[in-house]
Design a protein around this ligand. Structure first.
Ligand SMILES: NC(=O)c1ccc[n+]([C@@H]2O[C@H](COP(=O)([O-])OP(=O)(O)OC[C@H]3O[C@@H](n4cnc5c(N)ncnc54)[C@H](OP(=O)(O)O)[C@@H]3O)[C@@H](O)[C@H]2O)c1
Length: 346
């Protein structure tokens, strides 16, 4: 399949992540695209979207829509993926899923290509893309692990409203405008008012008091890093930011490494940018990172409460690194390593 133009379908093309897929496929040339199909629900069928200067019609997802497709980039939610992934894989497609439906399933590769791309060689057609907070976190954790051996990770996330889809962004916009005029806009997508507020509650609560979002970060990080018992704990918070997830990351390492070593190792990664001159006000913020590809790291300092601890601030565009860009990078890796069009589901 290497060298041949790919026939690609985007399932959920009209959503936030779907639109980002279109932008990224337009910007990148790593994978030649022979045909692009845009799939959504009956609500959007018949509308058009633009790709490389041409209008492409959105069609309703159906069994027939996957015929002749090599790669499906899916971002229509877990229920839709559960319904259509087996159909697409049976039709011979590689199905790269952005939802949480299959991430922890045995035998389904959960991938950030720069961290664990090698697991793709054993794929059976279905590939999972991690949760947005996990994707940016593991890029940094992998580098720290190679440097000093991960012993324990404590992460607090500051997650933008676009992580909750288009409805999340609309709610922040409308609520902010209403409150500026002394009017009310009742919360619908979020549990509480998000404008001028923050909410320590993303997804539902599990029995142990942690949210499912927090547990995703823990379990997915362990799976991607291939360290099943790594102690990881997370607090996930929704903040009134449109795009860009930030994370305060505290890492205990097996051996002592200096801030300079951490800075150098992170700087050597082709997908990380270190912005770390606090005295010049140089550190990443979500506004700096929206629309950009790297994982940005700043505020690198020793954890003064622990012998071998490092404290960092990690920011990335959740719609790109946390969803569409990572999925496209998975597709590119698979094309490059001749992994498309060979495997059929058991
Ligand atoms: N936003 C993020 O940062 C992020 C990060 C990682 C993963 N994800 C995951 O990506 C998925 C989508 O997120 P999003 O933010 O793009 O959501 P969104 O803006 O709400 O978009 C949802 C998309 O799914 C389509 N869809 C809904 N119901 C459908 C159905 N029955 N059949 C076919 N298509 C259907 C919608 O099409 P219509 O126009 O027809 O309604 C739309 O294209 C979610 O699983 C989310 O967890 C999101």
């Amino acid at each position: 399949m290497k060298g041949r133009a790919m026939r690609v379908a985007i399932l959920g093309a009209t959503g936030q992540v779907g639109r980002e897929f279109l932008r990224i496929l337009e910007q990148r040339n790593e994978m030649e695209i022979g045909e692009l199909r845009l799939l959504a629900s009956a609500r959007s069928a018949g509308s058009t979207m633009e790709f490389r200067g041409k209008k492409v019609e959105v069609i309703e997802v159906s069994e027939k829509a996957f015929e002749g497709v090599d790669i499906v980039l899916a971002s229509a939610g877990g229920a839709i993926s559960k319904q259509w992934a087996p159909v697409a894989v049976k039709a011979g497609c590689v199905f790269i899923d952005n939802s949480s439906a299959f991430r922890m399933e045995e035998g389904v590769p959960l991938v950030v290509p720069e961290v664990n791309g090698h697991v793709l060689k054993d794929h059976k057609g279905l590939i999972a893309n991690p949760n947005c907070s996990t994707a940016q976190l593991v890029v940094v954790l992998k580098i720290l692990h190679e440097l000093g051996g991960l012993k324990r990770v404590i992460v607090s996330t500051y997650q933008s409203v676009s992580g909750a889809g288009k409805e999340g962004m609309d709610e922040l916009d409308l609520q902010t405008k209403a409150l500026c005029k002394d009017e009310q806009h009742a919360p619908k997508k979020f549990q509480k008012q998000i404008a001028f507020n923050l909410i320590p509650h993303i997804d539902s609560f599990a029995d142990d008091g942690y949210t499912k979002e927090e547990l995703k970060v823990v379990n997915e990080s362990r799976k991607i890093l291939e360290i099943p018992n790594l102690p990881v704990v997370c607090t996930a918070v929704r903040v009134p930011v449109r795009v860009g997830h930030s994370e305060s990351v505290l890492v205990d390492l097996e051996k002592k490494v200096s801030v300079a070593q951490v800075r150098e190792s992170l700087s050597n990664s082709p997908i990380v940018e270190v912005w770390d001159q606090p005295e010049e006000n140089i550190y990443p913020t979500p506004l700096d990172c929206a629309g950009e590809d790297p994982v940005y790291v700043g505020r690198i300092r020793p954890d003064t409460s622990s012998e071998n601890g490092i404290n960092l601030w990690v920011v990335a565009d959740n719609l790109r690194i946390g969803a569409a860009l990572n999925a496209v990078r998975i597709a590119e890796y698979m094309v490059k390593h001749d992994l498309v069009g060979q495997k059929v589901a058991n």
